[in-house]
Design a protein around this ligand. Sequence first.
Ligand code: UDP
Length: 238
Amino acid sequence: MEVLGLLYEGKAKKVFETDDKEVYLVEYKDDATAFNGEKKGKINHKGVINNKISSFLFQKLTKEGIDNHFISQLSDNQMLVKAVKIIPLEVVVRNVVAGSLVKRLGKEEGTVLKTPIIEFCYKNDALGDPMVNHYHIKALEIANEDEIDFIEKEVLRINDVVKKIFLDCQLDLIDLKVEFGRNSESKIILADEISPDTCRLWDHATNEKMDKDRFRRDLGKVEEAYQTVLARLEKVLQ
Ligand code: UDP
Protein backbone atom coordinates (compact mmCIF):
# COMPACT_ATOMS: atom_id res chain seq x y z
CA MET A 1 0.00 0.00 0.00
CA GLU A 2 1.21 3.47 -0.89
CA VAL A 3 0.31 6.55 1.15
CA LEU A 4 -0.75 9.48 -1.03
CA GLY A 5 -1.47 13.07 -0.04
CA LEU A 6 -2.96 14.59 3.09
CA LEU A 7 -6.73 14.68 2.66
CA TYR A 8 -7.63 16.50 5.86
CA GLU A 9 -5.96 17.73 9.03
CA GLY A 10 -8.14 18.12 12.09
CA LYS A 11 -7.37 19.13 15.65
CA ALA A 12 -6.36 15.63 16.78
CA LYS A 13 -5.78 13.63 13.61
CA LYS A 14 -4.48 13.71 10.04
CA VAL A 15 -6.18 11.70 7.29
CA PHE A 16 -4.21 10.56 4.23
CA GLU A 17 -5.44 9.01 0.99
CA THR A 18 -3.86 5.76 -0.14
CA ASP A 19 -3.52 4.10 -3.52
CA ASP A 20 -6.65 2.12 -2.60
CA LYS A 21 -9.65 4.44 -3.06
CA GLU A 22 -11.53 2.56 -0.32
CA VAL A 23 -8.78 2.99 2.31
CA TYR A 24 -7.55 5.99 4.28
CA LEU A 25 -4.68 6.24 6.75
CA VAL A 26 -5.45 8.06 10.01
CA GLU A 27 -2.58 9.46 12.07
CA TYR A 28 -3.32 10.45 15.66
CA LYS A 29 -1.58 13.59 16.97
CA ASP A 30 -0.48 14.70 20.44
CA ASP A 31 -2.15 18.09 19.93
CA ALA A 32 -5.05 18.87 22.21
CA THR A 33 -7.62 21.64 21.86
CA ALA A 34 -10.66 22.63 23.86
CA PHE A 35 -13.43 25.22 23.85
CA ASN A 36 -13.71 25.22 20.06
CA GLY A 37 -9.95 25.62 19.58
CA GLU A 38 -9.55 28.54 22.02
CA LYS A 39 -7.34 26.47 24.33
CA LYS A 40 -4.43 24.72 22.64
CA GLY A 41 -1.79 22.38 24.01
CA LYS A 42 -0.14 18.99 23.78
CA ILE A 43 -0.67 15.82 25.75
CA ASN A 44 2.51 13.75 25.57
CA HIS A 45 2.00 10.40 23.83
CA LYS A 46 -1.71 11.10 23.27
CA GLY A 47 -1.47 10.12 19.59
CA VAL A 48 -0.18 6.67 20.45
CA ILE A 49 -2.52 6.19 23.42
CA ASN A 50 -5.68 7.25 21.54
CA ASN A 51 -4.78 5.20 18.47
CA LYS A 52 -4.42 2.12 20.67
CA ILE A 53 -7.59 2.80 22.68
CA SER A 54 -9.65 3.49 19.54
CA SER A 55 -8.25 0.38 17.83
CA PHE A 56 -9.22 -1.79 20.83
CA LEU A 57 -12.72 -0.35 21.00
CA PHE A 58 -13.41 -0.48 17.25
CA GLN A 59 -12.35 -4.14 17.15
CA LYS A 60 -14.58 -4.94 20.09
CA LEU A 61 -17.50 -3.10 18.44
CA THR A 62 -16.93 -5.06 15.21
CA LYS A 63 -17.18 -8.29 17.23
CA GLU A 64 -20.47 -7.02 18.67
CA GLY A 65 -21.82 -6.49 15.14
CA ILE A 66 -21.39 -2.71 15.02
CA ASP A 67 -20.04 -1.77 11.62
CA ASN A 68 -17.22 0.81 11.80
CA HIS A 69 -14.38 2.19 9.72
CA PHE A 70 -11.51 0.36 11.45
CA ILE A 71 -9.44 -1.95 9.25
CA SER A 72 -6.17 -2.43 11.15
CA GLN A 73 -3.63 -0.75 13.39
CA LEU A 74 -0.71 0.21 11.16
CA SER A 75 1.73 1.58 13.71
CA ASP A 76 1.71 2.99 17.24
CA ASN A 77 -0.08 6.18 16.12
CA GLN A 78 -1.63 5.16 12.79
CA MET A 79 -4.60 3.07 11.71
CA LEU A 80 -6.02 2.08 8.34
CA VAL A 81 -9.71 2.82 7.96
CA LYS A 82 -12.42 2.39 5.36
CA ALA A 83 -12.85 5.56 3.32
CA VAL A 84 -16.04 7.38 4.29
CA LYS A 85 -17.48 10.85 3.90
CA ILE A 86 -18.05 12.15 7.41
CA ILE A 87 -21.60 13.24 8.21
CA PRO A 88 -21.19 16.70 9.82
CA LEU A 89 -22.82 15.78 13.13
CA GLU A 90 -21.35 15.23 16.57
CA VAL A 91 -23.59 12.59 18.09
CA VAL A 92 -23.41 12.75 21.88
CA VAL A 93 -24.87 10.23 24.32
CA ARG A 94 -25.05 11.14 28.00
CA ASN A 95 -25.50 8.65 30.83
CA VAL A 96 -24.63 10.96 33.71
CA VAL A 97 -24.98 14.73 34.09
CA ALA A 98 -21.68 16.54 33.39
CA GLY A 99 -20.29 19.52 31.51
CA SER A 100 -22.82 21.94 30.05
CA LEU A 101 -25.74 19.74 31.11
CA VAL A 102 -25.22 20.85 34.73
CA LYS A 103 -26.27 24.40 33.83
CA ARG A 104 -28.74 23.52 31.11
CA LEU A 105 -30.80 21.11 33.27
CA GLY A 106 -29.99 22.59 36.68
CA LYS A 107 -28.83 19.18 37.90
CA GLU A 108 -25.80 18.36 39.98
CA GLU A 109 -22.73 16.95 38.20
CA GLY A 110 -22.79 13.18 38.65
CA THR A 111 -26.58 12.79 38.62
CA VAL A 112 -27.32 9.48 36.91
CA LEU A 113 -29.88 9.87 34.10
CA LYS A 114 -32.84 7.46 34.10
CA THR A 115 -32.32 6.88 30.36
CA PRO A 116 -29.49 8.03 28.07
CA ILE A 117 -29.87 11.42 26.36
CA ILE A 118 -28.89 11.75 22.69
CA GLU A 119 -27.83 15.18 21.42
CA PHE A 120 -26.73 16.30 17.95
CA CYS A 121 -24.36 19.16 17.20
CA TYR A 122 -23.77 20.50 13.70
CA LYS A 123 -20.02 20.14 13.04
CA ASN A 124 -19.07 23.66 12.06
CA ASP A 125 -16.16 25.37 13.82
CA ALA A 126 -17.09 28.84 12.54
CA LEU A 127 -20.52 28.50 14.18
CA GLY A 128 -19.16 26.82 17.34
CA ASP A 129 -20.84 23.45 16.64
CA PRO A 130 -24.43 24.50 17.49
CA MET A 131 -26.85 21.94 18.90
CA VAL A 132 -29.44 20.86 16.31
CA ASN A 133 -32.50 18.59 16.27
CA HIS A 134 -34.12 16.27 13.71
CA TYR A 135 -35.76 19.20 11.94
CA HIS A 136 -32.47 21.06 11.40
CA ILE A 137 -30.77 17.85 10.23
CA LYS A 138 -33.49 17.15 7.66
CA ALA A 139 -33.86 20.79 6.53
CA LEU A 140 -30.10 21.10 5.99
CA GLU A 141 -30.14 17.72 4.17
CA ILE A 142 -27.47 16.35 6.48
CA ALA A 143 -29.45 13.12 6.86
CA ASN A 144 -32.98 11.88 6.20
CA GLU A 145 -35.46 10.52 8.76
CA ASP A 146 -34.47 6.86 8.24
CA GLU A 147 -30.79 7.71 8.57
CA ILE A 148 -31.38 9.70 11.76
CA ASP A 149 -33.37 6.76 13.12
CA PHE A 150 -30.50 4.39 12.27
CA ILE A 151 -27.89 6.71 13.84
CA GLU A 152 -29.90 6.99 17.07
CA LYS A 153 -30.36 3.22 17.41
CA GLU A 154 -26.71 2.60 16.52
CA VAL A 155 -25.33 5.17 18.96
CA LEU A 156 -27.32 3.61 21.83
CA ARG A 157 -25.87 0.19 20.96
CA ILE A 158 -22.38 1.74 20.82
CA ASN A 159 -22.99 3.38 24.21
CA ASP A 160 -24.07 0.02 25.71
CA VAL A 161 -21.01 -1.85 24.41
CA VAL A 162 -18.47 0.86 25.31
CA LYS A 163 -20.05 1.43 28.74
CA LYS A 164 -19.70 -2.27 29.56
CA ILE A 165 -16.08 -2.45 28.38
CA PHE A 166 -15.14 0.57 30.49
CA LEU A 167 -17.02 -0.73 33.54
CA ASP A 168 -14.85 -3.86 33.31
CA CYS A 169 -11.96 -1.36 33.57
CA GLN A 170 -13.45 0.23 36.69
CA LEU A 171 -14.40 3.31 34.67
CA ASP A 172 -17.86 4.88 34.36
CA LEU A 173 -18.78 6.14 30.89
CA ILE A 174 -20.38 9.49 31.69
CA ASP A 175 -20.89 10.57 28.07
CA LEU A 176 -19.38 10.07 24.65
CA LYS A 177 -19.28 11.73 21.25
CA VAL A 178 -19.14 9.77 18.04
CA GLU A 179 -19.22 10.57 14.34
CA PHE A 180 -20.58 8.57 11.45
CA GLY A 181 -19.66 8.50 7.77
CA ARG A 182 -21.08 7.20 4.49
CA ASN A 183 -19.04 4.66 2.54
CA SER A 184 -18.91 4.40 -1.27
CA GLU A 185 -22.27 2.55 -1.17
CA SER A 186 -23.83 5.31 0.99
CA LYS A 187 -24.00 2.94 3.95
CA ILE A 188 -23.65 4.73 7.29
CA ILE A 189 -20.93 3.38 9.57
CA LEU A 190 -19.26 4.53 12.78
CA ALA A 191 -16.08 6.51 12.06
CA ASP A 192 -13.70 9.00 13.75
CA GLU A 193 -12.36 7.85 17.15
CA ILE A 194 -13.45 6.70 20.61
CA SER A 195 -10.93 7.78 23.23
CA PRO A 196 -10.53 9.85 26.41
CA ASP A 197 -10.61 12.88 24.03
CA THR A 198 -14.18 12.04 23.07
CA CYS A 199 -15.58 10.31 26.18
CA ARG A 200 -15.98 11.38 29.77
CA LEU A 201 -14.61 8.60 31.95
CA TRP A 202 -14.65 8.66 35.75
CA ASP A 203 -12.91 6.17 38.00
CA HIS A 204 -15.65 3.90 39.32
CA ALA A 205 -14.34 3.90 42.89
CA THR A 206 -13.21 7.51 43.32
CA ASN A 207 -15.08 9.45 40.56
CA GLU A 208 -11.70 10.89 39.53
CA LYS A 209 -11.84 12.31 35.99
CA MET A 210 -9.77 10.20 33.58
CA ASP A 211 -10.41 12.07 30.34
CA LYS A 212 -9.91 15.33 28.45
CA ASP A 213 -11.65 17.31 31.21
CA ARG A 214 -8.26 17.11 33.00
CA PHE A 215 -6.84 19.17 30.10
CA ARG A 216 -9.91 21.41 29.71
CA ARG A 217 -9.97 22.28 33.42
CA ASP A 218 -6.19 22.23 34.10
CA LEU A 219 -6.52 19.39 36.61
CA GLY A 220 -2.97 18.08 35.96
CA LYS A 221 -1.79 14.49 35.37
CA VAL A 222 -3.44 14.45 31.95
CA GLU A 223 -1.06 11.98 30.26
CA GLU A 224 -1.15 9.76 33.37
CA ALA A 225 -4.95 9.54 33.18
CA TYR A 226 -4.86 8.60 29.48
CA GLN A 227 -2.12 6.02 30.16
CA THR A 228 -4.21 4.52 32.97
CA VAL A 229 -7.25 4.16 30.69
CA LEU A 230 -5.10 2.36 28.09
CA ALA A 231 -3.42 0.11 30.68
CA ARG A 232 -6.78 -0.94 32.16
CA LEU A 233 -8.19 -1.66 28.68
CA GLU A 234 -5.13 -3.71 27.76
CA LYS A 235 -5.60 -5.73 30.92
CA VAL A 236 -9.25 -6.65 30.26
CA LEU A 237 -9.10 -6.98 26.48
CA GLN A 238 -6.05 -9.21 26.05
N1 UDP B 1 -16.98 16.03 22.74
C1 UDP B 1 -16.01 15.78 21.79
N2 UDP B 1 -15.70 16.72 20.86
C2 UDP B 1 -16.34 17.92 20.80
C3 UDP B 1 -17.33 18.17 21.75
C4 UDP B 1 -17.63 17.21 22.69
O1 UDP B 1 -15.44 14.70 21.76
O2 UDP B 1 -16.02 18.73 19.93
C5 UDP B 1 -17.31 15.03 23.76
C6 UDP B 1 -16.83 15.42 25.15
O3 UDP B 1 -15.55 14.89 25.41
C7 UDP B 1 -17.85 14.77 26.03
C8 UDP B 1 -19.13 14.79 25.20
O4 UDP B 1 -18.72 14.95 23.86
O5 UDP B 1 -17.50 13.43 26.29
C9 UDP B 1 -20.08 15.91 25.56
O6 UDP B 1 -19.34 17.06 25.55
P1 UDP B 1 -19.82 18.53 25.26
O7 UDP B 1 -18.85 19.31 24.48
O8 UDP B 1 -21.20 18.48 24.80
O9 UDP B 1 -19.59 19.14 26.60
P2 UDP B 1 -20.56 19.72 27.57
O10 UDP B 1 -21.70 20.28 26.75
O11 UDP B 1 -20.92 18.53 28.37
O12 UDP B 1 -19.74 20.74 28.27
